[in-house]
Design a protein around this ligand. Structure first.
Ligand code: COA
Length: 198
């Protein structure tokens, strides 16, 4: 009894990361999650995530239509950002089985002065508190490792799940921004990571 992979059975523990994905590194861990850097082997996961209806609606169309596009997204986006800034969006893996569930991390955009937090999970991994747990870890790193005085966040006013998460994390709504000429308003938030404001 107690075999792997059957109903109610234990989940098979993942092989060590260096064996599964030698091109990635774990950046931090929480009780349920490991956050690790993206690599080419994540292309299938990225292809699915960035074409999820909620990603397309609330984040935008990244024009990723096949695995080659997904590798381009990974390398031109998060991999390049990590080289430039030392942080980026990372894969959020479920520790118990190594399943890639979503992306979470820090982003430096030319359009914002402050570094902002980004997060997106596949539908089956929403509403389990995974996004909250990953964001807590990312904000902890932002304060301790990157010594950021504050972190920003942006979201559509229609994205109720995102706004709920930002409020739970302690972000304060500042104002509506126009991020592009056709933008009808993006909600801009800040979270101070210091006890006293700058
Ligand atoms: C935005 C997004 C990341 C929010 O994810 P989420 O899973 O709803 O957020 P949380 O991690 O805070 O989960 C909270 C929910 O998990 C539930 N939950 C279940 N188990 C839990 C646990 N162990 N711990 C904490 N919460 C738990 C909570 O009750 C809550 O559900 P409720 O709102 O019905 O009460 C997700 O909706 C998403 O990926 N959307 C598409 C991409 C996107 O829009 N990204 C943001 C762009 S700005």
């Amino acid at each position: 009894m107690g075999g792997f992979g059957t109903l109610g059975a234990r989940v098979r523990p993942p092989a060590p990361l260096r064996d599964r994905l030698p091109m990635t590194a774990i950046v931090c861990e929480t009780p349920r999650l490991a956050l690790r850097t993206l690599c080419d082997a994540d292309a299938a996961f990225i292809l699915r995530l960035v074409n999820d209806p909620e990603w397309l609606r609330f984040i935008g169309d990244r024009n990723v239509h096949d695995l080659r596009d997904a590798r381009r997204y990974i390398n031109d986006g998060p991999v390049a950002m990590r080289k430039r800034h030392g942080f980026a969006l990372d894969v959020v893996e479920r520790k118990e089985d190594g399943a890639p569930m979503g992306l979470c991390g820090l982003i430096k955009r030319e359009t914002l002065d402050d570094v902002d937090i980004g997060f997106a999970f596949l539908p089956e991994f929403r509403r389990h508190g995974f996004a909250r747990e990953a964001c807590d870890a990312v904000l902890e790193r932002a304060a301790r490792e990157f010594a950021l005085p504050r972190v920003a966040a942006i979201t559509s006013p229609l994205n109720l799940r995102s706004m709920k998460l930002l409020h739970a994390l302690g972000f304060e709504f500042i104002r509506l921004l126009k991020m592009a000429p056709d933008d009808r308003g993006t909600r801009f938030y800040l979270l101070s990571l210091r006890d006293t404001p700058d």
